[in-house]
Design a protein around this ligand. Structure first.
Ligand code: ACO
Length: 331
């Protein structure tokens, strides 16, 4: 037994900032950002909290699945950092939904959604849960240094969610980690303990973009090929590839190597930037609501990120197809 995705939802801040708007504040240009990344604009939280967004995405996924919050057995949130270190983001979402089940966070940076799916699989497979809500939500705008043009232009804020039930839709899944604090890191704030000699830290995201780029392409290609094979399928059997939305050029490079037809790849990075762990479930929800998926079609998901972490899975779509363009993302 594995799981079926029975509902999807997403939410993002109303406020959207274009590349041109960023270029009024830092030395950059629409031309540099779009040609190197494919990003044109990103949503940024200007008021409200990340847990509000996460709860909104969750409520939409619950509605799409026809599940009541009270019937959930577990809530798992993927996030780099929620509104508070404790309570966890998952506990804040649980409260906002008036759910009563256990709730906890998973932090695997941009790979967090796939990690959370794998954790959920464990609970469903050993019959500890029948319905699980997985929410990935990130406020990357609060984690980047807005004076560092090489990173702040890349990221955006948002939340995506799925409701999982016991089923046979998940065909294969893998997660991996190779600990490395040099290529991508966000330091915790230094404490003020009078007995230690902590030096001040840079609290913002630091990244070696070129090295992460190489790592990302290799991870996408290796993990996807492995998971397709483990599912007993070939590249031709895949109907959709939903890659982590970090950089369109990473996706384009991987496309050339993987042998899956180019038209099967989906992307929305143009209007979202990199929303870290939320990027895949936001894209998934967008496609579900647009009526793109047909029952029985096969989706391949792949992600990489800080840690360094990677993850990929192959999922058979088991929901009835929505009528195209008819389903608004309302609660
Ligand atoms: N606007 C204008 N110029 C810029 C900007 C900017 N926003 N940022 C950097 N530059 C300049 C640099 O200063 C450099 O100038 P120089 O040649 O005079 O020194 C030049 O542009 C080239 O910079 P590079 O860093 O070499 O640019 P590159 O082509 O490698 O692209 C990028 C950078 C887009 C970050 C790319 O390396 C990349 O996408 N890497 C992967 C990043 C990624 O996927 N991150 C997500 C990780 S997931 C997670 O867990 C967070």
């Amino acid at each position: 037994m594995s799981f079926n995705i029975i509902g999807t939802g997403s939410a993002y801040p109303e406020s959207s900032k274009t590349n041109d708007e960023l270029s009024l504040r830092i030395a950059t240009s629409d031309e540099w950002i779009s040609t190197r990344t494919g990003i044109k604009s990103r949503h940024i939280i200007t008021d409200g909290s990340l847990s509000d967004l996460a709860a909104e995405a969750a409520a939409r996924a619950l509605k799409d699945s026809g599940t009541l919050a009270q019937d959930l057995d577990l809530i798992i949130c993927a996030t780099v950092r929620g509104d508070t270190l404790t309570p966890s983001l998952a506990c804040l979402v649980q409260k906002k939904l008036a759910a009563t089940c256990p709730a906890f966070d998973v932090n695997a940076a941009c790979t967090g959604f796939i990690y959370a799916l794998d954790v959920a699989l464990g609970y469903l497979a050993r019959n500890k849960a029948k319905k699980i809500l997985v929410v990935a939500a990130e406020a990357m705008s609060k984690l980047v240094d807005w004076n560092d043009r090489s990173t702040c232009v890349l990221f955006g804020d948002g939340a995506g969610a799925v409701v999982l039930s016991q089923g046979d839709g998940l065909l294969s899944i893998k997660i991996s980690a190779s600990g490395d604090e040099n290529l991508l890191r966000i330091d915790s704030a230094a404490g003020n303990c009078p007995f230690s000699e902590d030096s001040p830290v840079n609290p913002y995201l630091q990244m070696n973009g070129k090295e992460v780029y190489k790592f990302a392409v290799a991870a996408m290609c290796g993990d996807l090929a492995e998971m397709i094979q483990e599912a007993g399928l070939t590249q031709e059997d895949i109907d959709f590839v939903l890659p982590h939305q970090a950089n369109l050029r990473i996706i384009e490079t991987a496309k050339g190597k993987l042998g899956i037809s180019a038209e099967k790849y989906r992307s929305n990075i143009e209007h979202f930037g990199n929303t870290s762990s939320a990027s895949i479930p936001i894209l998934l929800d967008e496609l579900n609501r647009a009526g793109e998926f047909k029952k029985g079609q096969v989706l391949a998901l792949t992600a990489f990120g800080g840690g360094l972490t990677t993850g990929a899975c192959v999922i058979k779509w088991t929901k009835e197809t929505k009528s195209k363009g008819n389903d608004k993302n309302d609660i």
